[in-house]
Design a protein around this ligand. Structure first.
Ligand code: ADP
Ligand code: ZN
Length: 584
């Protein structure tokens, strides 16, 4: 629909340009056709003013009085002399007529070219396959963004710091045979500062920045996107060291699933393949790094994520309360903030706001204040702006502000974290958060110490306990009837671990050392029911243990959950301190 519209516009534009030229041509007097004899008669009567002689089948001329005529070309020798003797002006070949036709043709071609360029710039989709590609690939003017323009995304900033060193001193790394990561994917919700970070990489490294959006590559004509990719990399190479940024990479790198989305997938495949081959084409230590951004990592084609391609994945999540305060502070830097404004309490009121929303909030408040013209931004301006900003975003954001939801999430995640610390203190909990991520409601990340090649039975059992602890905490605190769907992923994983123990590793009492998959392949199926029954009992047993643990340590659970509600994110140290302090 959209494309059709663009094509129609182009056609109409071309017609509008050609039409006046045609009309102008038609309005020119049509020469009168004379037979050769009539022509001779006219010459004898002395009524011919001028004749244009050429090599063609016809000759043209003017009669006295201005009438134009056309007649057969006799092509006889001495014709010119005859005419001249009769006092008729003769012009040869390069008649003004031919000249003006040539000129009008050139003008026409010129106008068409200009028109097409304008159209194709407006509507890149309408560009023909053979036309020049890459007109939209531009190096951005010297990048002024650097790390000081980013607040709160400290982890992400840390993980790109070494890339900057890589870009600047590739020799340092190649001496040790280290290769630079070619591709980095920044993933997370919109407005969290992915583009900002990519720009900051270029800004900090002091190299050019080339930016494009995934949808720029996926064109109507197969092959255009691929050509653009090649053009982009050509330009990048000419620039030497640089950062290439591809926003919305999912537009061209979505998982390929049998082309269920019909047309356009051919083009996408070609474009993706071009990108992959360009990426493997450049030398690791050239100092070119490709940064891509997406909202969701799990929808990307695996081919993109393989080693040597986009093999660094950096999550950029929504900011927690302290990050929000830093972002608010950053975006108040150049604004006259009134004394009644408390950024700290504002950061508490802006749960689930992205960096872009916070920036937007301060900007709206400044607009309100400017309208009032009272010198400073007051709390009232911010309150007004708050509703403007919230109204501009999806409803989802508002409903998820529910306090009950936050509380449930806080207890759920605290359950996981606390049980980890109780059953397997050697496991590090690097982060607990109630800020939603792309993976689900809250978040909890645990690093299992990679101290051994094998997973012990004890480790696997503890993993099950940790997985069940989220649901269990919900049940203890809010009651059996108020448990939520938040545990679905945990239950899936716990079941998976248990099944592995039973079917593959012979780790459970009562089921012996048999590998159930082999049995099944050999047609022995009687065990299925017993297996199901036993597995259920087993999980119940683990759940019971977790329940006891959490009840015994309810004070710790409350402490962690309340701290989490307040701070939204706990790092490793804070969590460890909470557990330790309460213990002693
Ligand atoms: P994304 O690419 O993730 O959608 P952007 O990088 O385009 O988000 O962010 C949009 C704007 O929001 C930025 O230009 C900046 O003003 C603001 N912003 C977002 N995150 C941050 C942050 N962590 N620190 C400071 N400003 C931010
Ligand atoms: Zn969970």
């Amino acid at each position: 629909m959209d494309r059709k519209y663009k094509v129609i516009i182009s056609i109409v534009a071309v017609i509008l340009i050609i039409l006046p030229i045609m009309v102008w041509n038609l309005r020119k007097p049509v020469p009168e056709e004379l037979t050769y004899n009539q022509f001779l008669e006219e010459t004898q009567k002395g009524r011919v003013e001028r004749v244009f002689l050429g090599q063609g089948d016809t000759i043209q001329g003017d009669l006295k009085g201005g009438t134009k005529f056309i007649t057969d070309n006799p092509r006889k020798e001495g014709f010119k002399e005859e005419l001249l003797k009769m006092d008729i002006a003769v012009e040869e070949k390069k008649s003004s007529e031919i000249l003006s036709q040539v000129i009008s043709l050139i003008v026409l071609a010129g106008i068409l070219t200009v028109a097409l360029t304008i159209i194709s710039k407006r509507f890149p989709q309408a560009q023909g396959k053979a036309s020049r590609v890459g007109t939209s690939i531009k190096e951005e003017e010297a990048i002024k963004v650097n790390f000081s323009n980013i607040a709160g995304n400290q982890e992400a900033v840390n993980s790109v710091e070494e890339i900057i060193d890589f870009i600047n001193n590739p020799e340092k790394y190649s001496e040790y045979g280290a290769r630079m990561p070619r591709g980095i994917i920044l993933y997370g919700p919109p407005g969290t500062g992915k583009t900002l970070l990519a720009k900051a990489i270029a800004g900090e490294a002091g190299v050019p920045f080339f930016a494009l959006t995934g949808s720029d590559f996926v064109q109507m004509y197969v092959g255009v996107g691929a050509a653009r990719i090649r053009e982009l990399f050509k330009k990048a190479r000419q620039a030497g060291k640089c950062v290439i940024f591809i926003d919305e990479i999912d537009a061209l790198g979505k998982k390929r699933n049998g082309g269920s989305d019909g047309g356009g997938s051919d083009e996408r495949d070609q474009t993706l393949n071009a990108l992959l081959s360009e990426m493997s084409g450049f030398n690791e230590n050239e100092g070119i790094v490709v940064v891509a951004a997406t909202n969701r990592l799990d929808t990307l084609d695996d081919a993109l994520l393989r080693p040597g391609r986009f093999d660094r994945h950096i999550e950029i999540g929504l900011p927690d309360v302290s990050a929000r305060q830093m972002i608010l502070k950053l975006h108040s830097r150049n604004k006259p903030i009134g004394s009644d404004v408390d950024l700290k309490s504002l950061s508490h009121d802006t749960v689930y706001f992205s960096g872009a929303q916070l920036e937007n909030l301060m900007n709206e408040a400044a607009i309100q204040a400017a309208k009032r013209g009272n010198g400073t931004i007051k709390q009232a301006d911010i309150e007004k702006a708050f509703y403007t900003v919230i109204a501009g975003y999806e409803k989802k954001d508002r409903s998820s502000l529910s306090d009950m939801d936050r509380k449930i999430t806080a207890y759920h995640e605290s359950g996981h974290a606390l049980v980890t610390k109780l059953v397997a203190p050697e496991n590090r909990v690097s982060k607990v958060t109630i800020i939603p991520s792309t993976k689900g409601a809250g978040g909890f990340s645990m690093n299992i110490p990679p101290d051994s090649m094998y997973l012990k039975k004890r480790d696997m059992e503890n993993n099950i306990r940790i997985l069940l602890a989220g649901r269990c905490a919900e049940e203890i605190v809010f009651g059996k009837d108020n448990i939520t769907t938040g545990a679905s992923n945990d239950l899936e994983k716990a079941t998976g671990v248990l099944m592995d123990m039973v079917r593959r590793f012979g780790m459970t009492d009562g089921w012996g050392l048999l590998n159930y998959d082999v049995l099944y392949r050999n047609g022995i199926e009687q065990m299925q029911e017993r297996l199901l029954d036993g597995a259920k009992k087993c999980l119940d047993e683990f759940y019971g243990q977790v329940r006891c643990l959490l009840m015994e340590n309810r004070h710790l659970l409350d402490l962690i959950a309340n701290t989490l509600l307040q701070k939204e994110t706990l790092d490793e140290e804070t969590l460890d301190n909470l557990v330790l302090k309460a213990d002693n």
